[in-house]
Design a protein around this ligand. Structure first.
Ligand SMILES: [Zn+2]
Length: 433
């Protein structure tokens, strides 16, 4: 039996005392190039790693380390790893063995704590047999294609030391938008092929840039930020849907709003400097055209379903320079659900039934959008349903066609409409091909 010392004796420094580590977790992930295994450790650890053939396996020895539970991993992410087991060949040495499907070349390294992660030992496995590697890649691609759910990141605005706007009877924006966000997650999770992910799950502040970064880490297909508006004039009411404007705020009103929403980053203790803004604008120009196009489409769809629910502040989707919408690659919208400064809307914002209806209405708009333009490889792409539009007062066939980005001709044809008259309350089928 050949013992190959691939990466031998990685005792970081000979003079450093041997560390005792506890293995807290084990994760694997496979991309087209490699399978990555990660051991979560509670402290810095020394380790030795070598490979054995027949059958191929990787042996990791962690002196003075311990493990008090079985290591498990998700099979669909396992790639070249067949099995993982552990034992103790010598007293006080923890040995972890990865059984491999194919001989692989190995790269390993230690990582220091960062963000939510602690110390990690990373083992990358590159399968050597190309045909088998290709099949592993194909398997992975198939897995990725396998009717995944679309992921909707739901961002409840403000939080923690940033209460957002406050109503006349002291209702705080941060509280009602979290309640609506939770309802929205419930409503989205109840739809086949859709999963909601809450960006903020409690009463704490998340810097604006971290909000869309968290959405990107969750591989979100869409980012929806939930807010409640405020204005000096307490009579102002209605919901609004915003997308990012390229040229900044498009009206005085939107500019005021953008200033107040963006200022929460200062309240939260993070100052956005010029460099960040420049980087953001460069990113924006490079990759945001397609994202903005998709943001517009989803905003139109959500605006359409919100206008079925109740009064909208304006009769169109608005644009503003919201930092939280600046994700370069995740379509993003911001929904101002109602005016907390308007006493009757403040009352509604607190009403669980209204919160549920609003969440359902946003869900409808999002769902319609995904049925119109499903991301490839998703359950929705494989199970497209016809999209229906409920006609509200003021709708015209031309507006509906442009809102859903379909031709007037196909809209007339699928609904068998001859004279372009549409009845308020009736349902129109929207062509999805
Ligand atoms: Zn807000």
């Amino acid at each position: 039996m050949a013992l190959r010392l691939v990466v031998a004796w990685i005792l970081t420094l000979a003079s450093v005392p041997v560390f005792a580590a506890e293995v807290d977790g084990f994760r694997v992930w496979t991309d087209p190039e490699k399978t990555r295994a990660v051991l979560d450790l509670d402290t810095h650890a020394d380790y030795q790693l070598f490979t054995l053939d027949n059958p191929p396996r990787v042996v990791i020895d962690l002196p003075k380390s311990s493990l008090d539970h079985a290591l498990t991993f998700l099979e669909e992410h396992a790639g070249v790893i067949d099995n993982v087991r552990h034992g103790s060949p010598q007293k006080n040495t923890l040995r972890i063995v990865l059984d491999l499907e194919n001989k692989s070349s190995i790269r390993s390294f230690l990582l220091d704590p960062t963000g939510e992660y602690g110390y990690r030992l990373v083992v990358d496995l590159f399968p050597e047999n190309h045909a088998q590697k290709r099949s592993a890649v194909k398997q992975l691609v198939d897995k990725q294609k396998e009717n995944r759910n679309v992921v909707v990141a739901i961002d409840a605005g403000h939080g923690g030391e940033d209460p957002g706007a406050t109503g006349k009877s002291r209702t705080r924006e941060k509280d009602v938008v979290l309640a609506i966000a939770r309802e929205l997650k419930k409503s989205i999770d109840a739809q086949p092929g859709m999963t909601g992910v809450l960006i903020r799950t409690g009463d704490y502040y998340i810097p604006l840039r971290d909000r869309f970064e968290k959405a990107r880490r969750n591989r979100a297909d869409l980012f929806v930020s939930i807010h409640a508006d405020a204005f000096k004039n307490r009579k102002v009411s209605g919901s609004s849907v915003f997308v990012l404007s390229r040229k900044g705020a498009s009206s005085e009103f939107a500019r005021r709003l953008a200033a107040s929403e963006n200022s929460s980053d200062l309240i939260g203790g993070v100052t956005l400097n010029d460099k960040d803004d420049m980087l953001a604008s460069v990113l924006l120009d490079l990759s945001q055209s397609a994202t903005m196009e998709a943001s517009h489409a989803v905003a139109e769809s959500v605006f359409g379903s919100m206008s079925v629910l109740g009064k909208t502040h304006k009769n169109h989707v608005e644009h503003a320079n919201f930092m939280v919408l600046k994700s370069p690659d995740v379509p993003s919208i911001l929904v101002e659900t109602a005016f907390i400064s308007n006493p009757s809307e403040e009352k509604r914002l607190k009403d669980p039934a209204w919160q549920r209806r609003t969440a359902r209405s946003i869900t409808d708009g999002i769902q319609n959008y995904f049925y119109m333009s499903p991301p490839p490889g998703t359950w929705i792409a494989a199970n497209r349903q016809p999209v229906r539009h409920r006609v509200v007062r003021g709708d015209t066939l031309g507006e509906i066609a442009s809102r859903y980005r379909v031709s007037l001709y196909s809209l007339r044809r699928i609904n068998d409409i001859k004279d372009d008259k549409i009845r308020v309350g009736s349902e129109l089928l929207i062509p999805t091909t």
